[in-house]
Design a protein around this ligand. Structure first.
Ligand code: FPP
Ligand code: MG
Length: 266
């Protein structure tokens, strides 16, 4: 968008600090033991250290953005933080309420993931000082890319071996998360079987054998491919938003990033 100089880098770091903070805290909330193929931080350093490290990164993210002295940037970051937390809360609430509607799922992933990507794009546009129309395009691009990213992430949770994804296999199912492949699987069951399965997942009553069978059933069905198709629709929306930007190397990079989001296996 024509912005020159290095002033963009602390802003980019700020978003990455926020991202890392959410993951440090997320692994504690999820009881996850692996992150990017290594023992999660709370396992290596203890929960206290991991909570506080997340807090420090969150504070640093705020400090960096505040240093620009632009209230629009600070508002953008703080709204993204608020919405990310709200998304995470909605997901935790839903492990008790077990609402398996597509609408609730999209609400959760938009909250916990997409707003962060949206903010990452919007702060860049704000710093470049472009028109409201282009700021909106950056927002639509980031939001839809974020939704596509999380749908693919949730599909991979079923399809990628732990050695590939660097996360525990079938983690979402064990954590009682109603993500898209499971939602599609539930739709294929009779109402009685659906209710029984939801109740077993909610109360964590499934044996290791039953969990393995359920994972295998979902892996051999079309549920994960269907999820990737829906991700493709959100990526297409993001690609359309990108067309508002002037043709440039950077626009090509963002297009490649979209492609990467859809193709990635880890
Ligand atoms: C990963 O989801 C987690 C998120 C996208 C958001 C986590 C947000 C919080 C913990 C609350 C906000 C925290 C701060 C510091 C502001 P996932 O569990 O589906 O993905 P995973 O498989 O990579 O763990
Ligand atoms: Mg997690």
């Amino acid at each position: 968008l024509g912005h020159k100089g290095e002033a963009i880098y602390p802003l980019a770091c700020s978003l990455e600090f926020l991202h890392s903070a959410t993951l440090l805290h997320d692994d504690i909330l999820d009881g996850a033991v692996l992150r990017r193929g290594k023992a999660a931080a709370h396992i290596v350093f203890s929960r206290t250290e991991a909570v506080l490290a997340g807090d420090v990164l969150l504070a640093l993210a705020n400090q960096l953005v505040a240093s620009y002295g632009d209230p629009r940037l600070t508002t953008c970051l703080s709204e993204a933080i608020m919405r990310t937390v709200a998304g995470e809360v909605a997901e935790i609430v839903n492990t008790r309420e077990m609402d398996s509607s597509l609408e609730t799922y999209l609400h959760i992933i938009t909250g916990k993931t997409a707003y962060l990507l949206e903010a990452s794009c919007v702060v860049g546009a704000l710093l470049a000082g472009v028109s409201d129309e282009l700021i909106k395009a950056a927002s639509v691009f980031g939001l839809n890319m974020g939704i596509a990213f999380q749908i693919v992430d949730d599909a991979m949770d079923y399809t990628s071996a732990s050695s590939v994804s660097g996360k525990p296999a079938g983690g979402d199912l064990r954590e009682g998360k109603l993500t898209l492949p499971l939602i599609y699987h539930l739709e294929s069951l009779s109402p009685a079987r659906r209710e029984a399965l939801l109740s077993d997942i909610r109360s964590k009553a499934l044996s290791e054998e039953a969990l393995a069978q359920l994972l295998a059933d979902i892996q051999s069905s079309s549920c994960t491919e269907r999820a990737r198709v829906l991700a493709g629709e959100y990526a297409a929306k993001a690609a359309r938003a990108l067309e508002a930007f002037p043709e440039s190397e950077e626009r090509k990079v963002l297009d490649c990033a979209l492609e990467f989001v859809l193709q990635r296996e880890k």
